[in-house]
Write a protein that binds this ligand. Structure first.
Ligand SMILES: [Zn+2]
Ligand SMILES: [Zn+2]
Length: 302
């Protein structure tokens, strides 16, 4: 049966969230500005929640959360050759965290960090699969690690080839938008719109259920599954009218349908393992929906 993760979403007020932010100026931060200055920028842009995710370094968010009124998740960016935001944990599980050098066996320690993050009730996110090179997270690596919950569908560049690779293997993971803030020009390149109450347990539960989408500037107004028909409605919040390019993708990243309209529909033909939608306007602003998926084929890995 096909499942629509947005089924109960649209009566909730959407929250603006980002989970991959470098802040502070000490070792491991990779940042250039103080934490208070960075949080003030996000507050001004209307963000409800974020995570200070420095390299192999945990930053206790408690005092900053109180000061800035933004919900701050604990977390860090696992950093060797492969990177991962371990969202929702305060334990840094990185071999030799002081060096970023690649490991001879990257899978075993990476898996330990994923499992540690999950054990803390967290949400491990594979980062920038095409940075610094295309398929930096190789197909072999992606197939060897398990129980990750999400991947960056957008972080500076598009990561959906790697996302499709994992989905096509029957493992349900969600697509996240991250600006990977280091310098001011990275600010709000992409983020997540999460359908949840404004508290951390609700946001975490919504992330795990795929009740969110990744955006670089467009807003999802509706995504319905009515019998075999998927309908998608999008707006550009900064313009009263816009035209959009809708691309419906299925297993192995196959383009199932492309239309240029204000809204779009796709009829399931049977045999699609999943259908996910990427939308772009003329100015290049994008939105990535989570997949509507066949639960006989795709499931979250236990
Ligand atoms: Zn990184
Ligand atoms: Zn980063």
């Amino acid at each position: 049966m096909f499942v629509n993760p947005y089924k109960d979403c649209f009566e909730k007020k959407p929250l603006k969230c980002t989970f991959h932010t470098h802040a502070g100026t000490g070792p491991g931060t990779c940042g250039a500005y103080g934490i208070d200055d960075v949080l003030a920028l996000y507050k001004e842009l209307g963000f409800d929640s974020l995570c200070i995710s420095n390299h192999n370094l945990y930053t206790d968010p408690a005092e900053y959360e109180k000061k800035h009124g933004i919900l701050l998740f604990p977390g860090y960016e696992y950093t060797k050759w492969e990177h991962m935001v371990c969202l929702g944990t305060d334990k840094v599980l990185v071999p030799h965290p002081e060096t970023m050098a690649p490991l001879e066996d990257p899978v075993t320690p990476y898996q330990a960090a994923i499992d540690g993050c999950n054990a803390d009730g967290g949400f491990p996110i594979l980062c920038h699969p095409n940075w610094p090179v295309e398929w930096a997270l190789s197909k072999g690596f992606l197939s060897s690690v398990h129980r990750m919950r999400a991947i960056e569908a957008h972080n500076g560049s598009c990561g959906s080839n790697a996302w499709d690779h994992v989905l096509s293997g029957g493992r349900l993971i969600w697509g996240v938008g991250s600006d990977d803030f280091h310098r001011w020009w990275n600010l709000a390149r992409s983020w997540n719109v999460v359908y949840a109450d404004r508290d951390k347990p609700s946001i975490m539960a919504a992330l795990k259920a795929g009740a969110f989408y990744a955006s670089t500037g467009l807003a999802l107004q509706g995504l319905t599954l009515d019998s075999d028909k998927i309908s998608v409605e999008v707006i550009n919040p900064n313009d009263y009218r816009d035209e959009f390019n809708f691309k419906f993708f299925g297993a192995d990243g196959r383009l199932l349908k492309e239309v240029n309209e204000e809204t779009a529909t796709y009829r399931l033909k049977g045999g699609e393992k999943y259908v996910r939608v990427e939308v772009m306007n003329n100015a290049g602003r994008k939105l990535y929906t989570q997949p509507v998926y066949d639960d006989e084929y795709l499931s979250i890995e236990e």
